[in-house]
Design a protein around this ligand. Structure first.
Ligand code: SF4
Length: 960
């Protein structure tokens, strides 16, 4: 390619092009594959530079005082990039500022070609975990000496672009052709780039499929290479000997042979032994193992030994994908080195995680189905990924919010699978994964799939009798979610749109086109088929009206009677006595009758699809036809399921065992409504459908006890009967960390109380305290909130105060909504404070000095008006129990323990935790929180005294 590229970057005073100003321009020119010229100017913005921008870029008001204005610099910059193709990382941002600058300097907007290296990297390196410049530079060994300095950023982006160009030039020609075909008549920004590649120097293009790839229906992919092993290798061990299993991790055992300097952990051995005993005696086990125990090996090793010795499959389920990936990447390879016999261990996820190649082919071979630029990027990304992936697992792609929505269009699904009629069937990612799961000795999956299996009467996972549930403190919430039902306006609206978006788009139209192409032979049969299809298309209109009617009525009902908001939505709980009010009763009857109308429209549609199937027998040998008809049938099943869930919801009103609530978006023009029903008490369901059906279930977590006692979890999870029957074992193993030496817990006894103080007053005082603490710890501080509102208020107060001391504040939901990105940024920054709510209370792993101070703004009680919480507490009160002490406090303690666990991650960590909620020392239940912790050093005093104590603690090295 002989084009000239100019890679550019702006540093600015903020993020809004019409309000903020450029303060630095960096650009490099690329010709013939190398950098030939550089451009660098600092610009006097004529406005004050915010302190955090100065801190980030090193550019201050004083430094820029004598620099030229933008009007003076633009006439120099313009000739530099004139006639070149512009390239930038997150190009939208820089382009907005460029056009604002051009406008201001009296020039026309830039309308030429722009290449965004983020978009290009997403396509050409589809499996990166992050597409930030820093992260791509690190991963691909590109120098990035001065991040947030315009010339350095432009230089790094130029090297990144050259690396991407090199990768693009190696793409198979067939793939380039496919991308060109898909994007030819669109305004997708990268279409010229790929067209030039396809038309370019053929000597460097690959005409053949890359090794290991095949092409079916013009879709190139790498067939699944991973072999499906034979059935469980049971018998390689003659017996299950607990002491033999334990010896794997004992000093002198295989693990210590593998790792020089290996230290045996008695806590880990205890846990391993008890898991083995639970399997052997076919009992359930609840085990609380503190941070650092090494619990995953303590359950994986006995799982492998037991499954091989007894020929019994063991299923291991985690709550988070992170832990699942950790098992796959870290623990399984280790097991393969220390266990002296062969075994099959596989990861199996829910079906929707695997790509359906038939669906990808349908879209890329029918470009009319792919409409907007974001969708085009997604499908280009898909075809580029398919020549690389061996697992077809969406986890390999870090999909952003919009792309994650597009994933539903290509996700494998039972209702849309044409099985053996599918040309990809033999190499289908989902079916291969399922076959491997079927033959696995140990199967790793997630809570969600285990509960889906429970709900589907154990028909989803391969049969098993032995189960390990890690992160078991989530089980109650997960069961509440999965054993209930949920239906939404979008579910129905989406299915209807997929069937027919407008008269020229959608599956029904696609099928009609196909019928016209295939038409031959008996024309009356074709006429029938055509007529039925046309009637089906008309039926969508009636269905849409019926759907709008029922959801519009529900929407109006909620907005009129809602009693609270949740995440910006209006929420209304339907209690058994809600309809004692006659007005509500009458409105509800109107909704019920609209729902019956929807039911008859869905039935009519089902009938039409049945008729289509009857008339299509001869055409089913055409894969494209068969696939489209199966997709239509799948969408109609989705509508049917949606209607049934809606009817179930309406019928359940008045139920004593379920909690029902509705949420409505009051900002949308559409009747966006979500209906939920959930069991109030999941314990009996889990007992009946899980614990009484399995020989042994091990529940493991770092946070299961309250006050060193398992009573709460036994009751909530339905293990009471197993306990009475002597089928339940419990074990609590301490963390190997020395918390007395490693962690200091402080409570300022003069901080403002929770009750009787306006939030604004509290956050003002809290912000001052945080500023003092952050100065003492020099950043390195994580602050956990229970509400986003309080987080934002505090953030805006703290940020300017800390900026004066060179300390950056990063907040979830303000600076980024990605936890992963914020944590990375926090660790990268030498002096930073991180604010997080909800998801930050667990799963954040920042070992070492990067995190030395943890602050808890409030004890983490769930809001009492949350429908499930409210229904559970009401039920307990009816039963004469103390819902606060038996439910609210234990729930909060488990979350509090998770939050506490963020501080000390390794034996070498030392840090302090400060709690700004006096209830922990002043209330009658507060002591349970402290007693539930693993024994940190505790201190109470005034804020001033706490500050001094924290300072002394942090400056004293561990061991002194
Ligand atoms: S076999 Fe089913 S899931 Fe797999 S690619 Fe074909 S249609 Fe999709």
């Amino acid at each position: 390619m002989s084009e000239t590229y100019v890679v550019f970057d702006f540093e600015t005073t903020g993020f809004t092009a019409h309000k903020d100003r450029i303060i630095e321009i960096g650009a490099v020119k690329i010709q013939d594959g190398r950098v030939v010229e550089r451009f660098h100017r600092r610009v006097n913005p004529g406005i004050k530079i915010p302190p955090y921008i100065s801190e980030l870029t090193g550019l201050t008001d004083e430094l820029l005082e004598d620099e030229p204005s933008l009007e003076e610099v633009m006439p120099e910059f313009l000739p530099f990039y004139h006639d070149a193709i512009l390239v930038a990382h997150n190009a939208d941002f820089d382009l907005r500022f460029l056009n604002a600058a051009l406008d201001e300097s009296g020039y026309l907007d830039y309308v030429g070609e722009v290449i965004d290296t983020v978009q290009l990297a997403q396509i050409l390196w589809p499996r990166e975990s992050s597409y930030s410049l820093q992260s791509l530079a690190t991963h691909h060994n590109l120098a990035h000496d001065h991040p947030h300095q315009a010339l350095s950023d432009a230089e790094t982006t130029a090297n990144l672009f050259l690396a991407l160009l090199d990768r693009a030039q190696k793409l198979p020609f067939l793939l380039l052709q496919q991308i060109t075909g898909l994007t030819e008549y669109t305004d997708w920004p990268l279409r010229h780039f790929f067209r030039r590649l396809a038309e370019g120097n053929t000597s460097i293009l690959q005409f053949d499929e890359p090794e290991g790839c095949v092409t079916i229906d013009r879709l190139m992919h790498r067939p699944v290479q991973i072999a499906v092993a034979e059935s469980p290798a049971g018998g390689a061990l003659s017996d299950f000997d607990v002491s033999e299993v334990v010896s794997v991790l004992e000093k002198g055992g295989p693990m210590s042979d593998l790792m020089p300097g290996y230290e045996e952990r008695p806590q880990q051995l205890d846990m391993l032994r008890q898991v083995a005993v639970a399997f052997e005696e076919q009992k359930h086990l609840i085990v609380e193992a503190g941070t650092g125990t090494g619990k995953s090996l303590a359950y994986l090793i006995p799982s492998v030994y037991y499954s091989i010795a007894k020929g019994e499959r063991v299923v291991v389920a985690t709550h988070t994908i992170n832990l699942q990936e950790q098992l796959r990447e870290r623990d399984i390879p280790l097991l393969q080195q220390v266990i002296p016999f062969d075994f099959n261990i596989e990861v199996f996820k829910g079906r929707g995680n695997y790509v359906c190649m038939r669906k990808v082919a349908t879209h890329v071979n029918n470009p009319g189905l792919v409409t907007d630029p974001a969708e085009t990027t997604f499908f280009v990304r898909m075809v580029a990924w398919l020549i690389e992936t061996e697992g077809g697992d969406r986890e390999e792609l870090s999909l952003n919010g919009e792309q994650a929505d597009h994933w539903n269009k290509v996700a494998s699904g039972a209702d849309s699978c044409i099985m053996k009629a599918c040309p990809w069937f033999r190499n289908c990612y989902y079916h291969r994964a399922r076959a491997r799961a079927q033959n696995a000795d140990v199967l790793i999956t997630n809570h969600s799939l285990v509960l889906t299996d429970v709900k589907a009467d154990h028909n989803v996972l391969p049969g098993y009798q032995f189960l390990v549930l890690d992160e078991a403190h989530h089980m109650e919430d997960e069961a509440t979610k999965h054993l209930g039902t949920e239906v939404s306006y979008f579910q129905m609206y989406g299915a209807l749109n997929r069937l027919l978006r407008d008269k020229n788009r959608g599956l029904l139209f696609q099928l009609l086109q196909k019928v016209d192409v295939l038409q031959s032979g008996d024309s009356s049969a074709y006429e029938d088929l055509r007529a039925t299809l046309e009637t089906s298309m008309e039926q969508i209109g009636d269905l849409r009206d019926a759907n709008e009617d029922v959801f519009r009525q529900l929407h109006d009902f909620i907005l009129k009677h809602a009693n609270g908001t949740d995440a910006g939505r209006q929420t209304m709980r339907l209690k058994p006595d809600t309809f004692d009010d006659e007005t509500l009763q009458t409105a509800w009857e109107g909704i019920a009758s609209a729902s019956e109308n929807l039911q008859s429209e869905v039935r009519a549609m089902r009938k039409l699809v049945g008729r289509l199937e009857e008339l299509s027998e001869d055409l089913m040998k055409d894969e494209m036809f068969a696939g489209t008809l199966t997709d239509i049938s799948g969408q109609v099943k989705e509508l049917d399921q949606g209607w049934q869930d809606l009817a179930y919801f309406l019928r359940s009103v008045g139920s004593e065992s379920s909690v029902l609530w509705m949420e409505a978006d009051d900002k949308s023009m559409r009747p966006v409504v979500f209906l939920y029903s959930a069991p109030i008490d999941v314990g009996p369901l889990l007992h009946t459908h899980l614990f009484s059906k399995k020989e042994s279930v091990v529940l493991a977590s770092a946070t299961l006890t309250i006050n060193q006692d398992f009573k709460y979890v036994i009751h909530q999870l339905g293990l009471y009967e197993s306990n009475v029957q002597g089928r339940l074992m419990t074990l609590q193993v301490d963390s190997p960390f020395d918390y007395k030496k490693q962690a200091l817990l402080c409570v300022p006894n003069d901080c403002l109380p929770v009750k009787g103080v306006a939030e604004d007053v509290f956050t003002t005082s809290f912000a001052e305290s945080l500023t003092n603490l952050a100065r003492v710890s020099q950043g390195r501080m994580l602050v956990l909130f229970t509400s986003h509102r309080m987080l934002r208020e505090t953030y805006h107060k703290v940020k300017p105060m800390l900026a004066e001391h060179g300390i950056t504040v990063l907040a979830h939901g303000v600076d980024s909504s990605s936890r992963h990105r914020l944590v990375q940024e926090f660790q990268r920054h030498p002096k930073a404070v991180l604010f997080g709510a909800n998801s930050f209370w667990e799963g954040v792993d920042i070992p070492g000095e990067d995190l030395s101070l943890l602050v808890i703004a409030r004890l983490p009680f769930w809001p009492p008006n949350q429908p499930v919480v409210e229904a559970r507490t009401e039920k307990m009160e009816r039963e004469g129990r103390n819902s606060f002490m038996e439910y609210s406090v234990p729930q909060a303690i488990i979350r509090f323990k998770q939050g506490f666990g963020r501080l000390i991650r390794t034996k070498r960590d030392r840090g302090a935790i400060v709690i700004y909620d006096r209830r922990i020392t002043e209330s009658r239940y507060g002591r349970h929180f402290i007693r539930s912790l693993p024994g940190p050093w505790t201190y109470q005093g005034t804020e001033r005294e706490v500050l001094k104590t924290v300072y002394n603690w942090l400056k004293t090295p561990l061991g002194e």
